[in-house]
Design a binder for this molecule. Structure first.
Ligand code: ATP
Length: 465
């Protein structure tokens, strides 16, 4: 049973070093979060697994790492300057500001709220008697468009610099490099370009921990196909991504696909879906898949004056702009989903209660823990020897913990989701046969709690596989 309240996750994350409030010692900065030592490992694993799956294991994919700061023309071409907006409403009483469509989502459903026209939002909030989440008043201003892009200045002289934006999505970095990639990588359609990186949106109502923040990380793919082949590619990506989440332990029952309705689609898109996850507060978007046709490339052709067409390598007279299918993952939302899904409270057969993070082994921030049974110097030295062998001879992340009773240390490893804990005892030293033979150790499995006695050599050999 995954976490049922966000508080369970927020508190475990703080207690165990996954996620801390941002700028904590200064009282924080609203809705910013810092990944602690274990959160940083978890997030890195999610990104590595994603990159391995979607770039290294596929001959049709390459990677990119574009700059966050881009020529401002990019955002004119992409449409972000003109229309990357959310409907902002103010509570007339307490002056707090909210996203009008989100306030109406619970009453109307996500799809219906998403297609409301700007001038329909205030009357609808009044008609549905939606109260201000802060003060409870039902007096709303008319909704106005609020552009979500963060503006900043480039240049050292204040006032003379050029206004530029922090990118609100990573995707445009791929489109503006399309020609460079074509010219250098000898690719044939269909092929995709993947990128992981930070994006920034001045969200009106951030919240729900790391679910909606103003600075976040995306893992995006632009998949280029010959026009006419986009529908089949869309289906393939839908299944591939769905299965990726399942393979990493997300349960089918807590995932669903939400198909965007006709009036919700951008004018250039023939199809968009979201994969939603059942978060403790309800269903929310985890991933988006959009058919973007040749909209972005044709806009960038127009605004840059450059020819971005693809030439068929077998027929130089066939020149065209490829169509694009865009699988777009939120990295932080994926990490949050893996945290929620892994969270388990259970009662053991001996009546003891424990909290255990049942991460898929590929994602667990620590692979294996070495726990000397006591603080006796020669025992710790033997355990350190094993630790050193593991970190030198394998690629695993290994934790070494001597502090506290063995029970306490097991509980900590459970709470950080370490799949295996190894106890080094007096048997290992050849000093107590009852504990086990010389140079053998006990390996405890996080989920089954089964304990197995293995020789150190056999253990290290199994870890190398
Ligand atoms: P939402 O409807 O929740 O605002 P969106 O449809 O605007 O999301 P996209 O533009 O499709 O989101 O971005 C792709 C992915 O990036 C989303 O599926 C989500 O996982 C992630 N994402 C978007 N905005 C944020 C945010 N403010 N904080 C964290 N992750 C985000």
């Amino acid at each position: 049973m995954p976490a049922t309240s966000l508080d369970q996750i927020v508190s475990l994350c703080k207690r165990r070093g996954f996620v801390f409030p941002g700028s904590d010692i200064y009282g924080g900065l609203a809705n910013t979060w810092d990944y602690g030592p274990l959160g940083a490992e978890l997030k890195r694993r999610v990104k590595n697994h994603w990159w391995r799956t979607f770039v290294h294991r596929r001959p049709d994919m390459v990677g990119l790492d574009a700059a966050i700061l881009m020529n401002p023309k990019t955002w004119e071409a992409s449409g972000h300057v003109g229309s990357f907006t959310d409907p902002l409403v103010d509570c007339k009483k307490c002056k707090e500001r909210f996203r009008g469509d989100k306030l109406l989502e619970e009453k109307l459903g996500t799809a219906a709220a998403a297609v409301l026209k700007l001038d329909q939002i205030q009357p609808m909030l009044m008609a549905e008697k939606i109260p201000c989440p802060k003060c409870g008043s039902v007096e709303w201003t008319a909704a106005k468009k609020f552009n979500l892009m963060f503006k900043t200045q480039q240049g050292v002289v204040e006032g003379e610099g050029e206004d530029i934006f922090l990118r609100p999505e990573t995707a445009q970095g791929i489109f503006v490099n399309f020609k460079n990639i074509l010219d250098t990588m000898r690719l044939r359609l269909p092929f995709g370009v993947a990128q992981i990186g930070k994006a920034f949106r001045n969200e009106i109502t951030p919240g729900n921990f790391t679910f909606r923040t103003r600075e976040f990380e995306q893992m995006e793919i632009e998949y280029f196909v010959e026009p006419g082949k986009e529908a089949a590619s869309f289906e393939e990506w839908k299944d591939t991504v769905w299965n990726w989440f399942l393979s990493l332990g997300i349960s089918k029952e807590r995932l669903r696909i939400r198909e965007h309705g006709k009036d919700e689609l951008s004018f250039y898109s023939s199809r968009t879906i979201d994969i939603e996850y059942l978060f403790p507060w309800g269903w929310g978007e985890l991933f988006g898949l959009a058919n973007r046709a040749d909209y972005d490339l044709s806009q960038h052709e127009k605004f840059s004056g450059q020819d971005l067409k693809y030439t068929d390598p077998d027929d130089a007279t066939k020149k065209f702009l490829p169509f694009v299918v865009e699988p777009s993952f939120g990295c932080d939302r994926s990490v949050l989903t893996f945290l929620i899904e892994a969270y388990t409270e259970e009662t053991l057969p001996n009546g003891e209660a424990r909290t255990v993070m049942k991460f898929a082994p590929e994602l667990a921030p620590v692979d294996i823990a070495i726990l000397p049974l006591s603080k006796k110097e020669h025992l710790v030295a033997k355990a350190k020897e094993l630790y050193n062998r593991i970190v030198q001879e394998t690629d695993l992340v290994c934790d070494f913990d001597v502090t506290g009773s063995i029970g306490k240390r097991y509980r900590r490893q459970d709470e950080i989701g370490t799949p295996r804990a190894v106890t080094v005892d007096f048997g290992t030293l050849g000093e107590d046969e009852k504990q086990g033979g010389k140079d053998t150790v006990t390996i405890r499995d996080r989920d089954t709690l089964k304990q197995e006695r293995l020789s150190i050599d056999a253990l290290v050999a199994s870890l190398k596989q």
